[in-house]
Design a protein around this ligand. Structure first.
Ligand code: BGP
Length: 490
C-alpha cells in the first residue's frame, strides 16, 4: 500500500523563460536569459553585450558589465530562450497532454517582464496580464491546479542595467508591485504560490574568479539575499491579505550533502555547509528571523548588512506556509584534498563511490531525497512539496516515432518510493512536480538535448525542428502512477 494522501498534488514543473519563447512579443521586455547564449556540459553559457564604444563582448554568468556597456543580442550567437519550446503559443496543446497524464497541478512561472517590461512601471502591461489569465483559465478547464513561481531567475533586464539588480533596495518595491499584481489579478484562479525559485543559489554556488575580491562578492550576495528575503516576506503578507486561502512557499535548491569521510572535521564542515548553502535562506523564510549561525557566516567574509528595523518586522510577519524544494542529487563535503571530482553545473565536488552519475555529472541518490525530506520536515514542521526532480538525459526517437526512456522511469520510480517512505515516517508531503514535464531549455547549459520531459519536443539546440510534441514511454508510465496515486510503479 502506498502512503500518498488521497488529494496528493501530482504534476510537473517548468519556468517561463525555459518554455515560453515569444521573448519579445506582446510588449514583453527582455530579461538576462535573453542575452544568454547556449552552452554544453563542458562549455559555459555566455552573456553578450556591447561596450561603451559599441564593440561586442561576452561575460560569464555572475560577472558584472564593464563601465558604460549594455546587454545586447548579437549576431552570430544563438539564444535558446528566445524560442524555448514555444509554450506561449502552444499552451492549450500542452495542457491537454498534461491532463491526459492526469496532472493535478502544474508548476509554472510568470515572466516578470511580460507584466512589467522594464520593471519600474506603475501599471502592468495589459497583454501580459491577460495572457496569464487565459493560461490559468485553461489549466482550470483541464482540472489542473496552478502552482505559480513569482520569480524564476528572470529579473527584467532594465532593472539589472539601470538599478544594479538586487543590490538595490528599490528592487523590493518593484518586486512587491509585481507580486501584488499577480495576487490581485489571479485571485481565485491561483492558490499556490512560490516567491523565489532556488533563492539559496545566490550563496550556494559562488565562484570567485582568480584575483577577485571574495569579500566584496559575498557582501553583495548576502545583501541581495536580504533584499529578496524582505521582498518575499512582503509578498507573503500581501498574498494573505488579498486571499487568506493562498498557500505561499519558499523554494530551495535542495542539494543534500554528506561528509565524505567520518573524520570529525568533515562532519562539522558538512554541517556548516548545510547552514551556508541550504538552511540560511529557509531559516529566515520559515522562522522569520536570521539564525544564530548567520553572524558566523557573515564574519567569514567581513559582511556588514544593511538591515532596517522595519525589515526585521517584515521578516517576522511574512513567514511562508510551506517548504518547497528542488531535488536532483546529493554531493559530498570534505576538508581533505579531492582527487576524484565530478563536473557539471551544481555538482562540483568529490565523487561518491556509492552512487551512479548522469551524463551531466549529477548523482542518482533517491535515499538522499528521503533524508532531505525527513530532516527538513523535522526542522520546520511545515507542509512540504518536491517541486523539481528529474533526470536530464539524451533521448532517441525511433523510426516509428516512439521514445523509450526506461532510465527516466527508473529515476522517477526510485524517487517516488523515497517520498513514500518519508510520508510513512510522518513527513507531510503534499505535492510532487517533476522538472521539465515537457522538454525545456536547460537553465544550466542552455541545451534542449538535456531532456527531462515525459513529452518530447521536436527541436534541437539551434532551434531547428517542427516543435511537434510526442509522448515518451515515461508519459504512459507517469499516467499510471498518478491514476493509482503512487501505488503502481511497475
Ligand atoms: C533548477 C532550476 C530549473 C531547472 C533545473 C535543472 O536549478 O530551478 O530552472 O532548469 O534546475 O537544471 P538544468 O536546466 O541546468 O538541467
Amino acid at each position: 500500500m502506498s502512503h500518498f494522501p488521497k488529494d496528493f498534488l501530482w504534476g510537473g514543473a517548468t519556468a517561463a523563460n525555459q518554455v515560453e519563447g515569444a521573448w519579445n512579443e506582446d510588449g514583453r521586455g527582455p530579461a538576462l536569459t535573453d542575452v544568454t547564449t547556449g552552452g554544453t556540459v563542458n562549455t559555459p553559457r555566455l552573456i553578450t553585450y556591447l561596450d561603451k564604444d559599441g564593440n561586442p563582448g561576452t561575460l560569464s554568468r555572475g560577472q558584472s558589465l564593464p563601465e558604460g556597456a549594455h546587454y545586447a543580442v548579437l549576431d552570430g550567437y544563438y539564444y535558446p530562450n528566445h524560442l524555448g519550446v514555444d509554450e506561449y503559443h502552444r499552451y492549450k496543446e500542452d495542457f491537454a497532454l498534461f491532463a491526459e497524464m492526469g496532472f493535478k497541478t502544474y508548476r509554472m512561472s510568470i515572466s516578470w517582464s511580460r507584466l512589467f517590461p522594464r520593471g519600474d512601471e506603475n501599471e502592468p502591461n495589459k497583454a501580459g496580464v491577460e495572457h496569464y489569465r487565459k493560461v490559468f483559465e485553461e489549466l482550470r478547464k483541464n482540472n489542473i491546479e496552478p502552482l505559480v513561481t513569482i520569480w524564476h531567475f528572470d529579473t527584467p533586464m532594465y532593472l539589472e542595467e539601470h538599478y544594479g539588480g538586487w543590490n538595490n533596495r528599490q528592487l523590493i518595491d518593484f518586486y512587491t508591485k509585481f507580486a501584488t499584481t499577480c495576487f490581485t489579478e489571479y485571485k481565485g484562479l491561483v492558490h499556490y504560490w512560490l516567491t523565489f525559485n532556488e533563492i539559496n543559489n545566490t550563496v550556494s554556488f559562488v565562484q570567485v574568479p582568480e584575483g577577485a575580491d571574495a569579500d566584496k562578492i559575498y557582501q553583495e550576495r548576502y545583501q541581495q539575499l536580504h533584499h529578496q528575503f524582505v521582498a518575499s516576506a512582503k509578498a507573503v503578507q500581501i498574498g494573505h491579505a488579498v486571499d487568506p486561502s493562498n498557500m505561499i512557499g519558499c523554494m530551495i535548491c535542495g542539494v543534500a550533502t554528506y561528509p565524505a569521510t567520518c573524520d570529525p572535521a568533515d562532519v562539522l564542515e558538512n554541517r556548516h555547509s548545510w547552514e551556508r548553502k541550504l538552511l540560511y535562506c529557509s531559516d529566515v523564510q520559515c522562522r522569520g528571523y536570521y539564525p544564530t549561525y548567520a553572524q558566523r557566516l557573515w564574519n567569514e567574509h567581513n559582511v556588514q548588512l544593511d538591515i532596517t528595523d522595519e525589515d526585521l518586522i517584515d521578516l517576522a510577519n511574512g513567514t511562508v506556509d510551506m517548504y518547497t524544494f528542488s531535488y536532483y542529487m546529493s554531493n559530498l563535503v570534505t576538508t581533505h584534498k579531492v582527487t576524484d571530482t565530478v563536473g557539471g553545473n551544481f555538482s562540483l565536488g568529490a565523487r561518491n563511490e556509492y552512487l551512479q552519475y548522469s551524463d551531466w555529472g549529477w548523482a542518482f541518490d533517491p535515499t538522499g531525497l528521503q533524508y532531505y525530506l525527513e530532516t527538513l520536515y523535522d526542522r520546520y514542521e511545515l507542509p512540504m512539496m518536491v517541486v523539481e526532480n528529474g533526470l536530464g538525459a539524451y533521448d532517441t526517437v525511433e523510426e516509428d516515432g516512439s521514445i523509450h526512456d526506461p532510465f527516466r522511469i527508473d529515476y522517477y520510480r526510485e524517487h517516488i518510493k523515497a517520498m513514500d517512505r518519508a510520508i510513512a515516517n510522518g513527513v507531510e508531503l503534499i505535492g510532487y512536480t517533476t522538472w521539465g514535464c515537457i522538454d525545456v531549455v536547460s537553465a544550466g547549459t542552455g541545451e534542449i538535448r538535456k531532456r527531462y520531459g515525459f513529452i518530447y519536443v521536436d527541436v534541437d539546440d539551434e532551434g531547428n525542428g517542427t516543435l511537434n510534441r510526442s509522448r515518451k514511454d515515461s508519459f504512459y508510465w507517469y499516467k499510471k502512477v498518478i491514476a493509482s496515486n503512487g501505488e503502481d510503479l511497475a
